[in-house]
Design a protein around this ligand. Structure first.
Ligand SMILES: Cc1cc2nc3c(=O)[nH]c(=O)nc-3n(C[C@H](O)[C@H](O)[C@H](O)COP(=O)(O)OP(=O)(O)OC[C@H]3O[C@@H](n4cnc5c(N)ncnc54)[C@H](O)[C@@H]3O)c2cc1C
Length: 493
């Protein structure tokens, strides 16, 4: 074995998680190699939306400004459609410039973002093996033996530590029996680029329809009337209800044209392509003898939105601190690397357990009509009450989730709903009999019918769902008292 083939760390995969990891280690003098199947720039199926916390990391890596300058207007506003109705339109209320978070997101096409990130790792002196696919990994004699296949040759690289950053179909996760395959935490999504969009600058759109529940569609505007349009649905629902994501995608484009005045002339300019996202609710221990899993390989994506670019980079930064300690102390065993799991859980759990609980509640497809009604009411209130919009919006789509704040708002909203609803229900009963479908009684009847249909359609699934909710509520309990969400403050880089 030549010395050049032995590394301290081999990172498999050069997406946002792998490149951030390689950059973080290489700039601290670690001998690190990135083995990446594709030759960059390469297309990666994604919505291309980078949330404020991701932009903050890119800035700290010294590439944020250049990347943002090369893209469209900052994303600061959104439209939310619930079925055909426009429920919310306005500024994204939870984007605040705190702890260096920019008050906007950005659409950065992945062939641009990932290429720039990998170059940054290379500049920090990481060795990049591009166009090289990892086929198999074996741990022998305290080293990882990594079999690599390229168009020119097959060869073996060796390292003390290995990082699985090879996405949702990770060969590293499979090799160490850590692959997460639970459909309740996997989303199937498809996207394409369209042209002819006339949306206001920086205004995205998301939409919810009963036939894509639990899931949503998006339109993220880029420059020159171009946009990234897509739809994502929970894999469990696709499997149980027979949803087809390509069919949903075709329908969603047609609906977008009818509903959104700025999208009436949208025309597909790329072939729709699909992929899967593995979400944090299913994340396992993510460490093993001689290595760790980060990004999609370790199921770090947001359980409500499916966003995983930022979470991938965050998991890389947390794991790079673990690996530096391991290299300093010469400890590469799973027991030592277990500190990665402790560290990522204390960083992500305060926000992600709440998001995971909400996602678990909503994965029951039988309640879809109830959730549409509730979301419509939530949107109406958000249009009138900025503080409610900030907290509720963050729970759906932001890094600024604050469990205690969300709980307080939820409690106040339920009390308000019950008091206003009781008055309105009584008014309907007196003036219109019991047919007041817009009143609380209507919500209750829809909820009750969801409950009945869930329990009768598949009692075993229903019982398992309830016990999952209970388990998650117990896990979530202590987090509700945490005063700070570490993701708002971010990680030291
Ligand atoms: C349709 C869709 C829309 C999405 N929209 C968004 C969004 O708008 N915002 C957001 O934040 N997230 C979004 N996501 C999720 C996001 O794409 C992922 O969470 C993110 O890419 C994870 O980064 P990663 O570095 O972990 O993995 P990846 O980006 O998947 O990178 C893994 C890399 O590993 C390489 N690789 C794989 N196998 C091997 C192998 N055997 N050997 C060598 N290399 C290998 C791949 O070529 C790839 O470059 C979306 C996902 C989908 C499917």
């Amino acid at each position: 074995m030549s010395d050049s083939q032995l590394y301290d760390v081999i990172v498999v995969g050069g997406g946002p998680a792998g490149s951030t990891m390689a950059w973080s280690l290489a700039r601290r003098g670690v001998r690190v190699a990135v083995v990446e199947r594709a030759n960059f720039p390469r297309e990666k199926v994604c919505g291309d939306f980078v949330e404020p916390a991701g932009l903050r990391i890119l800035q700290a890596m010294g590439i944020g400004e250049a990347l943002e300058a090369s893209t469209s207007s900052p994303i600061t506003a959104t439209r939310i459609y619930l079925g055909p109705r426009l429920g919310f339109r306005g500024k994204i209320p939870y984007y605040k410039p705190e702890h260096g978070l920019p008050a906007h997101g950005a659409i950065i096409p992945r062939h641009v973002l990932d290429h720039r990130l990998l170059e940054q790792a290379e500049r920090a002196s990481a060795k990049v093996y591009a166009g090289c696919a990892v086929r198999a990994i074996a741990r022998e004699g305290g080293l990882n033996h990594v079999d690599v296949h390229s168009a020119e040759a097959n060869f073996t690289l060796k390292s003390r530590l290995i990082v699985g950053a090879d996405g949702a179909e990770s060969v590293v996760a499979r090799s160490f029996n850590l692959e997460m395959a639970d459909r309740a935490h996997i989303s199937i999504a498809q996207r394409a680029y369209v042209e002819g969009i006339e949306a206001p600058d920086g205004e995205s759109a998301v939409w919810f329809d009963e036939d894509i529940a639990p899931g949503y569609g998006w339109m993220f505007p880029m420059s020159g009337g171009r946009a990234n349009v897509g739809v994502g649905i929970l894999s469990e629902a696709c499997h149980r209800q027979g949803h087809s994501v390509p069919t949903a995608f075709a329908a969603t484009i047609e609906r977008l044209k009818i509903r959104h005045p700025g999208c009436a002339r949208a025309t597909l300019v790329s072939k729709p392509i699909g992929g899967v996202v593995k979400m944090y609710g299913g994340a396992g221990s993510n460490h093993f003898d001689g290595g760790v899993l980060i990004g999609d390989a370790g199921a770090f994506a947001d359980p409500m939105t499916g966003e995983g670019i930022t979470q991938g980079m965050e998991s890389a930064l947390i794991a790079s601190a673990t690996l530096l300690r391991a290299l300093e102390q010469g400890r590469f065993d799973a027991a030592f690397l277990a500190s990665f799991e402790r560290d990522f859980r204390s960083y992500f759990d305060p926000s992600m357990l709440l998001l995971g609980f909400c996602a678990a509640v909503m994965r029951n497809w039988h309640f879809r009509e109830f959730w549409m009604r509730s979301s419509l009411r939530g949107c109406e209130r958000a249009m009138a009450d900025g503080e409610f919009a900030r907290v509720a919006g963050a729970t759906f789509g932001g890094v600024n989730v604050h469990p205690l704040g969300a709980l307080q708002h939820l409690g106040t909203s339920i009390l308000r709903y019950l008091s206003e609803g009781t008055i309105s229900t009584l008014r309907h009963l007196v003036s219109e009999g019991s047919s007041g479908r817009e009143a609380m009684l209507g919500d209750f009847l829809v909820w009750q019918s969801g409950w009945k249909s869930s329990a009768s359609a598949d009692p075993a699934w229903h019982a398992a769902w309830l016990s999952d909710l209970l388990r998650r509520a117990v896990q979530l309990g202590p987090q509700l008292l945490s005063l700070e969400n570490p993701r708002i403050r971010g990680l030291s880089i």
